[in-house]
Design a protein around this ligand. Structure first.
Ligand code: SF4
Ligand code: SF4
Length: 129
C-alpha cells in the first residue's frame, strides 16, 4: 500500500493555502468578462478587474510584473487570505490543492517549493465504519 493511503483527511488540519498564496502571484487570473459583477449574474467585484479584450477580464495586479492579484492580502509564504474568497473568479476555483483521488496537484507543490514550503501530503477520505 502506498504510504499516502495511510494518511486520512483530518478536517481540522489547517488549510495549506493560508500559509502559501504563491499561485495568486504566479498566474494571470483571466476569466470570461461576465463573471464580474457589472454584468447580470456576475459576482467578481468589477472594480478589482481589468479588461483584456472583448471577451476576457483579469484580476488587477495579475497582468503585470511583479505579479500579485490585488485581492490577495497578507505575506506570501507566511499568512495570506483572499479578500474576495466567496466571489473569486473561476480560475481560482479550478486550481486544486488535491485532485479527486486525494493526490496533490504537482503544480501546486512546484509553486510552493519556490517559496520554501513543503510539498502537500496526500489524503484519502475516511471510509464508513
Ligand atoms: S499554490 Fe497550492 S497551496 Fe499554495 S495557495 Fe495555491 S492552491 Fe494553495
Ligand atoms: S481572487 Fe483570490 S484566490 Fe484568486 S488569485 Fe486573487 S487572491 Fe488568489
Amino acid at each position: 500500500m502506498p504510504a499516502f493511503l495511510l494518511r486520512v483527511l483530518d478536517m481540522t488540519e489547517p488549510n495549506p493555502c493560508l500559509e502559501c498564496g504563491i499561485c495568486c502571484t504566479h498566474f494571470r487570473i483571466s476569466f470570461y468578462w461576465a463573471e464580474a459583477d457589472d454584468a447580470p449574474g456576475g459576482f467578481v467585484p468589477a472594480h478589482m478587474t481589468e479588461k483584456l479584450n472583448h471577451h476576457m477580464r483579469c484580476m488587477k495586479g495579475s497582468n503585470q510584473m511583479p505579479r500579485r492579484c490585488s485581492a490577495l492580502e497578507g505575506v506570501i509564504g507566511e499568512a495570506v487570505s483572499c479578500s474576495i474568497y466567496e466571489n473569486r473568479p473561476t480560475p481560482c476555483r479550478e486550481f486544486p490543492v488535491f485532485f479527486a483521488d486525494g493526490t496533490p496537484n504537482p503544480k501546486c507543490d512546484e509553486l510552493r517549493a519556490l517559496i520554501g514550503l513543503p510539498a502537500i501530503e496526500p489524503w484519502i477520505l475516511p471510509t464508513a465504519a
